[in-house]
Design a binder for this molecule. Structure first.
Ligand code: SF4
Length: 232
């Protein structure tokens, strides 16, 4: 296996911690607004790939400076060695946060059982019935629901996140998405970033994306459902 990228320092990816972000290449979703198209397609040039040993060596050298490690993507749960990778990072003394699209509840269950992760951030893209066909090639409500249930009952730190991007998450749909995770500790709303996207033609068809003021109005409306609801 290899990592498709390494961000040495981040103050925003692991709440409350100075973290390093390791990106795994490849994704089973095709969100048109994805701002990491190279990683999503798994098309990372050979020269940019980072081996597990090189990543661990970097983390070893930053012990005492970094406070956590984020595994992001692409979709990290597609990597069959993920539990082993998490354990090796945790053996260096780092808490591990996983960013996931929630499509692999079987992997999440194993990571929780084997105490491999300390924090999970799951993206909710749309109402659960609205992923197909523009985000996924088949309906996956059951898997997403299983992941939500596992995360909320895991006893670990977690958050759910939604990128507010039409036609998936806007004024017509945000209430339904929020209701899916009613009672969650933390729900994060993010603005759509049009600069780099996986499917420009699709995104260009939706000129009016929610701006920060509109996202704040979403936040106010759904805030009572959560321990905390923030815009990032
Ligand atoms: S936004 Fe995330 S889940 Fe969607 S295609 Fe990109 S990497 Fe995959």
């Amino acid at each position: 296996m290899y990592f498709g990228g390494l961000q040495k320092n981040s103050l925003i990816d692991y709440p409350g911690k100075m973290s390093c972000v390791l990106f795994l290449a490849g994704c089973n979703f095709h969100c048109p607004y994805c701002h990491n198209p190279e990683l999503a397609r798994g098309a990372v040039p050979r020269a940019n790939r980072i081996s597990l040993d090189a990543a661990l060596e970097f983390l070893e050298s930053r012990r005492g400076l970094l406070e956590g490690v984020v595994l992001s993507g692409g979709e990290p749960a597609l990597e069959k060695n993920l539990p082993r990778i998490c354990k090796r990072i945790k053996d260096l003394g780092y808490p591990v946060k996983l960013d996931t699209n929630g499509s692999r509840p079987d992997v999440l269950a194993r990571l929780f059982e084997e105490n491999c992760i300390d924090y999970v951030a799951m993206d909710l893209k749309a109402p659960l019935s609205g992923y197909y066909p523009d985000i996924t090639s088949k309906h996956i409500q059951a898997q997403l629901q299983d992941s939500i249930r596992l995360i909320m009952s895991s006893g670990r730190d977690y958050e759910f996140r939604t990128t507010c991007a039409e036609p998936f998450a806007g004024p017509e749909t945000i209430g339904e998405i929020a209701a899916t995770i009613r009672g969650a500790r933390r729900y994060v709303l993010q603005p759509f970033n049009p600069l780099v996207v996986l499917d420009p033609a699709f995104c260009n068809a939706y000129q009016h994306q929610p701006d920060r003021a509109q996202i704040e109005s979403f936040r106010k409306k759904i805030e009572p459902l959560f321990g905390e609801c923030v815009i990032r």
